[in-house]
Design a protein around this ligand. Structure first.
Ligand code: CAO
Length: 573
């Protein structure tokens, strides 16, 4: 098979550009047109694609190298039958002061009205169509200079700023972020004068720059950007103006990342400006985007938008409650009334606080309180513990302590199976029913509240659940729980039974739709139809999302739970 040198194609007027990203390594199989490296000048960044398909045998460049048209990027062992264009077709030679054939046809007229209104249009961007506007730098009322960047547009291969061809006051912006633009589209209307108009952009189509005629008062503007289309597997950029994002020196708020990485981030909804790049000169790589996404999914990171949403709606930090139209949070100088000590809240408290606040505010939650008779179950629990203790002492099984919570988990699984909407989540207008029963339990730790998750509780017995609960609770208290051990719950139980209290109103752990709060069981006189008898009563508090669950269903759920806990044999039914 043939070894083919893949070279830098025509990159327009750029003499030497720095290699800022290597997108492949030796041994990789590349397709024709797959991006190999990213290069960046002070005017634009662009990806250089492969002209042929095959396996990378040798890299001839490294990060930081300067390359120009014809520089060998790498050597590929071409796949049999692969189309090889070792010297990619050069496109649109854009020599300043000349009119490239491909661009001359699209020199754009800019009508200037009698009132001095100037239409600024998207110049020649080569063969690209429907290129997305990703940033707008100006607003109506701004005074615009010639060549001042108005917007940034981005294809999947390049990003670039589009400057104004004229000076003047911005009357109207005709594009917004997310719009797709094409050559000739109206970008902005300026109020200016002809004297302020038209200076050819640095590498533009100078010969067609000014062509005013008294009768039409029209101005043919220079074509500041000519972005050539990929030809024969090579992408070349005839002339690109204005720095999009120079290495190590992000301009105008654009994050320092290649177009494809930014496209990838956009698809995932990742705010690039919140990432720290691990690439050359702090450049954000695809790996950085993936790592950030995983961290957000695991709940270990919150985007600023997530935090702001919570703060704004809750008035916790940001706007002091203005987001909800509330009066501001009271600001009190406590020291005026006595000695104080100020301590920053820990990380876990801050994170769980923000989540609790969102859940408390966004979920129309209702709590049902109920009591259930666990006299027989408690007797069974005590005898089970005695037996397991004996067996453990005899060395037959590992020692495991069974608390009421393990029975509650098992009983809840049975109730969740009978009333599946309690094991669901809201997804827009749809309900997602989960055919797995992972139960979270609130654990009180020195650092704050944590919710470890026991998976597949439907498949586990009381002893195994008790053992896993003990291990997870210990990990939580030691601060050793991993993100995977705190995610995926379908329902949560918060038990204060070991501490005390009667009832409380637990907050639903979104995106779950219900949570069971449990307090301390107490001996109470219960009327059996003939007399009062002492029974061990367990207080239950079920909070549920009224968007998903109705009050009657909640009452049935609690009643069924009570029946199971009253006679645990029902779990088997
Ligand atoms: N009624 C009466 N006694 C109960 C009980 C109940 N409902 N639940 C537990 N107990 C008893 C246990 O049997 C145990 O008794 P012994 O010491 O005599 O053996 C004692 O209370 C302590 O139990 P425990 O709390 O160690 O064990 P647990 O399985 O009940 O709970 C855990 C484990 C991790 C959930 C718990 O330790 C915990 O952290 N609870 C706090 C949860 C919380 O903070 N919720 C609030 C969230 S909203 O802010």
């Amino acid at each position: 098979m043939a070894l083919v040198e893949v070279k830098v194609p025509d990159i327009g007027d750029f003499d030497e550009v720095a290699v800022i990203e290597l997108l492949v390594k030796v041994g990789d199989t590349v397709k024709a047109e797959q991006s190999l490296i990213t290069v960046e000048s002070d005017k634009a960044s662009m990806e250089i694609p492969s002209s042929t398909a095959g396996v990378v045998k040798e890299l001839r460049i490294k990060l930081g190298d300067k390359v120009k048209q014809g520089s060998v990027v790498l050597v590929v062992e071409a796949a049999a039958g692969a189309a090889v264009a070792s010297t990619p077709a050069a496109v649109v030679p854009a020599t300043p002061g000349t009119v490239p054939a491909a661009t001359a046809a699209v020199a754009l007229a800019t009508p200037v009205s009698a009132t001095g209104l100037i239409e600024v249009r998207i110049p020649n961007i080569g063969d690209f169509t429907d290129v997305a506007v990703i940033e707008v730098f100006v607003k109506p009322g701004d005074t615009i200079k010639v060549e001042q960047s108005i917007i940034t547009i981005e294809s999947d291969k390049a990003s670039m700023e589009i400057p104004s061809s004229h000076a003047g006051m911005l009357k109207e912006l005709k594009v917004k972020v997310g719009d797709k633009v094409n050559i000739g589209d109206l970008m902005a209307i300026l109020e200016g004068s002809l004297s302020a108009a038209v200076v050819a952009a640095p590498v533009a189509v100078a010969t067609s720059a000014v062509a005013t005629s008294a009768s039409s008062a029209s101005v043919a503007i220079a074509s500041p950007v000519a972005m050539a289309a990929p030809i024969a597997g090579a992408t070349a950029f005839a002339a690109v103006v204005a720095p999009a994002h120079a290495p190590g020196e992000p301009t105008l708020g654009l994050p320092h990342a290649s177009p494809s990485v930014r496209k990838f981030a956009r698809e995932l909804g990742v705010p690039l400006e919140e990432l720290k790049g691990s690439g050359h000169k702090g450049r954000i790589t695809q790996d950085d985007v993936q790592t950030f996404t995983k961290s957000v999914m695991a709940g270990a990171t919150q985007t600023k938008a997530q935090t702001a949403k919570v703060s704004a709606s809750a008035g916790a930090a940001g706007d002091g409650g203005a987001g909800l139209g509330l009066i501001p949070w009271p600001k009190v100088d406590f020291a005026k009334f006595g000695p104080i000590e100020r301590k920053e809240m820990g990380r876990i408290k801050k994170i769980s606080g923000a989540n609790l606040l969102r859940n408390a505010i966004m979920i129309p939650a209702v709590t049902n309180h109920d009591d259930c008779d666990i006299t027989d179950l408690e007797a069974f629990r005590v005898s089970t513990n005695l037996e397991t203790e004996k067996a453990a002492k005899a060395g037959n099984i590992a020692s495991v302590k069974v608390t009421m919570l393990a029975f509650l988990i098992k009983a809840c699984v049975a109730a969740l199976k009978k009333y599946p909407e309690f094991n669901s989540s809201l997804d827009g207008d749809a309900l997602v029913y989960k055919n797995y029963w992972h139960i979270g339990f609130a654990a009180d730790t020195p650092n704050g509240l944590m919710v470890p998750v026991i998976r597949d509780c439907d498949k586990k017995g009381i002893l195994q659940i008790s053992q896993e609960m003990g291990e997870l609770a210990k990990k939580a208290r030691d601060g050793k729980l991993g993100p995977a051990e705190m995610t995926g719950a379908t329902f949560t139980i918060s038990s204060l039974g070991g501490i005390g209290g009667k009832y409380f109103t637990p907050i639903i752990n979104a995106p779950e739709v219900a949570i069971l709060g449990v307090c301390k069981s107490t001996m109470e006189p219960v009327w059996n139809g003939k007399e009062f008898v002492p029974r061990l009563m367990l207080p239950l508090s079920l909070t549920w999302d009224h968007r998903v669950i109705d009050g009657a269903a909640a009452a049935r759920f609690n009643a069924y739970l009570g029946q199971i806990l009253g006679d645990f044999r029902r779990v088997l039914l």
